[in-house]
Design a binder for this molecule. Structure first.
Ligand SMILES: *Cc1c(COP(=O)(O)O)cnc(C)c1O
Length: 416
């Protein structure tokens, strides 16, 4: 199925999409596989198998992988999600997975074998660090961990058997930004690929393939869904990588995206642009306010001029994203934790939860959740002290989010 035309609807007309459409338009109009009923909203094909007209056609479809046979191999709703995401990322193709981590697993299985070497930012998502550093170390995939922001460290880590550089930008929770174009150059000079986890920025703010990345990985669970409903993941890449390296793994290993979840995320993509604009605006308003509070040691958001990679972020992204992180003032781990817990527990509106990219603002304490399994020393090296609070700003009015954070911050300095 091609990305650039409507399929025939009830009227039997097949209309090619006009060329040069804006990404906002692609998000709504591209990759529609309309049934004979001509539905305007995308259909949900909730079926595990597909009836074949006869044995010869069935045999042909099984042999070629073309046409629909079984949902572990392909499904029209999943295909629609893949094609729409690919169009939005400026990629030739995409392949869906059951979750963001399912997509990372798919990437490892598709691209790497025992004896291969990978370079990873030390500030990547915790489960990604574990999947490489622990699970795949068992299978002989070797990983070096480097600074998120120091390009020289990435270059120095490359070895003759390096096959993949994998970065995430901005990172969780400190929103550190890395230079995608510079990393692509290092990867390609070494004959390796660059993969970028684009979950925080989304294609609405940053398109890594246009900066030289070879693979873009997504957790669709976050902003692509945007309403905290389903788990989903995907890889965007060249048609060749998807066809030769990734599709055979999904087909056999089975980390497929459910058609229902694909449909939810497909519809989520339609509003991604307007939602991301609002997330960015709201987060920046919260970040500016936080930065001015006497109880706050520092606030992190890529659109704040005080952010260490502000200039790079503004060049590489079209907005700072929806996540703001800040550190309360205090002395020593115990006091910092008591103060952070006080701020979080004083909220009456914000959700204490694990997730981000939801309409509902989510507040979390990284040191005891996402970074809970590290030692205190490792946490401090990562910049995640007990006083750090992450706010994944949602779509409530920012005035109300600020008022909720102000409740706990007001008395925070009195807590021993
Ligand atoms: C959530 C997240 C993941 C993992 O995605 P799941 O859908 O939870 O499996 C990977 N990377 C980043 C940056 C994330 O925020």
């Amino acid at each position: 199925m091609t990305q650039d035309q409507d399929t025939p609807g009830q009227d039997g007309r097949q209309r090619p999409l006009p060329a040069g459409l804006h990404p906002d338009t692609l998000a709504v109009r591209v990759a529609i596989e309309r049934s004979q009923y001509g539905e305007n909203s995308e259909a949900l094909y909730l079926t595990s198998g597909f009836v074949q007209p006869d044995s010869a056609t069935s045999a042909e479809r099984f042999a070629s992988g073309q046409g629909y046979t079984y949902t572990r191999t392909s499904n029209p709703t999943v295909t629609a999600f893949e094609n729409r995401l690919a169009a939005m990322e400026g990629a030739q193709a995409a392949i869906a997975a059951a979750s963001g981590m399912g997509a990372v697993l798919l990437m490892i299985m598709g691209l790497l074998k025992a004896g291969d070497h990978v370079v990873l930012s030390r500030s990547m998502f915790g489960s990604t660090l574990n999947l490489f550093g622990k699970e795949f170390a068992k299978f002989g995939v070797e990983t070096s961990f480097v600074s998120q922001t120091d390009v020289a460290e990435w270059r120095a880590a490359v070895k003759p058997n390096t096959r993949l550089l994998f970065a995430e930008t901005p990172t969780n929770p400190l929103t550190e930004v890395c230079d995608i174009a510079a990393l692509a150059e290092i990867a390609h000079a070494a004959g390796a690929l660059l993969a970028v986890d684009n979950a925080f920025a989304t294609p609405a703010l940053q398109q890594p393939m246009r900066l030289g990345a070879d693979v873009v990985m997504h957790s669709g669970t976050k902003y692509l869904d945007g309403q905290g409903r389903v788990m989903a993941g995907a890889l965007c890449a060249s048609a060749e990588l998807v066809r030769e390296k990734f599709a055979p793994v999904v087909r056999t290993a089975g980390m497929v995206l459910s058609p229902f979840n694909a449909w939810v995320v497909l519809k989520g993509l339609e509003t991604l642009g307007v939602r991301m604009k609002a997330h960015c605006e709201n987060a920046l308003a919260v970040a500016r306010w936080l930065e001015a509070q006497p109880q706050v040691a520092r606030a992190y958001h890529p659109a704040l001029p005080s952010h260490p990679q502000h200039a790079l972020a503004m060049r590489q992204m079209s907005g700072g994203g929806g996540v703001v992180t800040f550190e309360v003032k205090g002395e020593g781990a115990e006091q910092l934790r008591r103060r952070a817990f006080h701020v979080i527990d004083s909220c009456q509106l914000l959700s204490i939860a694990t997730n981000l990219g939801d309409t509902k603002t989510i507040v979390s304490h990284p040191a005891t959740t996402s970074h809970g399994r590290l030692t205190e020393e490792q946490r401090l090296a990562a910049g995640v002290s007990q006083g750090v609070i992450r706010v994944a700003v949602g779509l409530e009015h920012p005035r109300d989010v600020i008022a909720d954070l102000a409740r706990g911050l007001a008395r925070c300095g009195d807590i021993p």
